[in-house]
Design a protein around this ligand. Structure first.
Ligand code: GLN
Length: 270
């Protein structure tokens, strides 16, 4: 019996080409170069069944990162499961801003670390730093610990509701990508967000409940001269700037991501 070629399987899926090719590479346990070289070969029967199953999952909307089990972030390959938010490219801005502000041998806390993306990316770039990362979800902490170990990142993980159970004070930088989507926002029922943990996505009627708590707690836990950096939604920039200012932060600024969206609010504890 003739088997379809890789190219035929990919075309028949109706998925965006890059996505279907990614799944084909994953099913064949090869790499992108191999697939280019074997595009018009017949696929092996066992692999065809596996690939059809992966393509069907994607057709039903399951995020590519969960199907493949990994996502690239800041040049690192992170393991991701449905226990954690899928790291987004816009969060790389937060990592950059954190690295710039972290003094030599400084202490950074990542609140709500999820897959560990922010903490691990900083730790890999800055082996001199002491990095603490917390999350309320035991499932997320297990994923984050595994990522740190595989990537050789020295991060101390703590189970904590917000920053409540994080020991120690006098952090130089506190960074967070907290849940910030308003409950009932239509985006929650679209795309990848339908499959991601609710606890990592939405928070209160205006989405700012966790951010309000973070700003207050971070102000108490930063050393004077330390920075709070927090990701927020595209329409929350002004609200964040006034929240930072009214909490006593100085040098408050809202930074835009590469897509030009207001994305990260920063402020200095004076
Ligand atoms: N940036 C994500 C999105 O809007 C949300 C992540 C979050 O709430 N921290 O798709």
């Amino acid at each position: 019996m003739n088997m379809p070629t890789w190219r035929e399987l990919i075309a028949a899926s109706g998925l965006p080409r890059a996505e279907a090719r990614g799944l084909a590479v994953h099913a064949a346990q090869r790499n992108a170069a191999w697939l280019i070289a074997h595009d018009t070969d017949e696929a092996e029967p066992g692999v065809v069944a596996v690939l059809r199953d992966l393509l069907a999952r994607r057709q039903r909307g399951e995020p590519l990162a969960y199907i493949i089990g990994e996502r690239e972030f800041y040049g690192l390959s992170l393991r991701v499961t449905p226990e954690v938010l899928i790291p987004r490219p816009e969060t790389e801005l937060l990592v950059e801003l954190a690295i710039e502000r972290l003094p030599k041998n400084g202490r950074l806390l990542d609140v709500g670390t999820g897959s560990g993306a922010i903490a691990i990316a900083v730790a890999v770039q800055r082996p001199d730093a002491q990095i603490v990362a917390c999350d309320i979800s035991p499932g997320a902490l297990a994923v984050a610990r595994d990522n740190a170990e595989r990537l050789g990142a020295d991060v101390h993980f703590v189970a904590s509701d917000g920053m409540t159970d994080v020991p120690g004070r006098a952090f130089d930088v506190i960074a967070s990508n907290p849940p910030y989507i308003a409950e009932g926002d239509p985006h929650l029922s679209q795309g990848d967000l339908r499959f991601e943990p609710a606890i990592a996505l939405h928070c209160g009627r205006d989405g700012l409940d966790m951010i309000r708590r973070l700003v207050r707690d971070a102000h108490a836990a930063l050393r004077p001269g330390g920075w709070l950096l927090c990701e927020h939604g595209y329409d929350q920039g002004e609200a964040c700037v006034s929240l930072w200012r009214s909490t006593g932060f100085g040098a408050v600024e809202d930074r835009r991501d590469l897509a030009g969206m207001a994305r990260v609010c920063i402020g200095l504890k004076q």
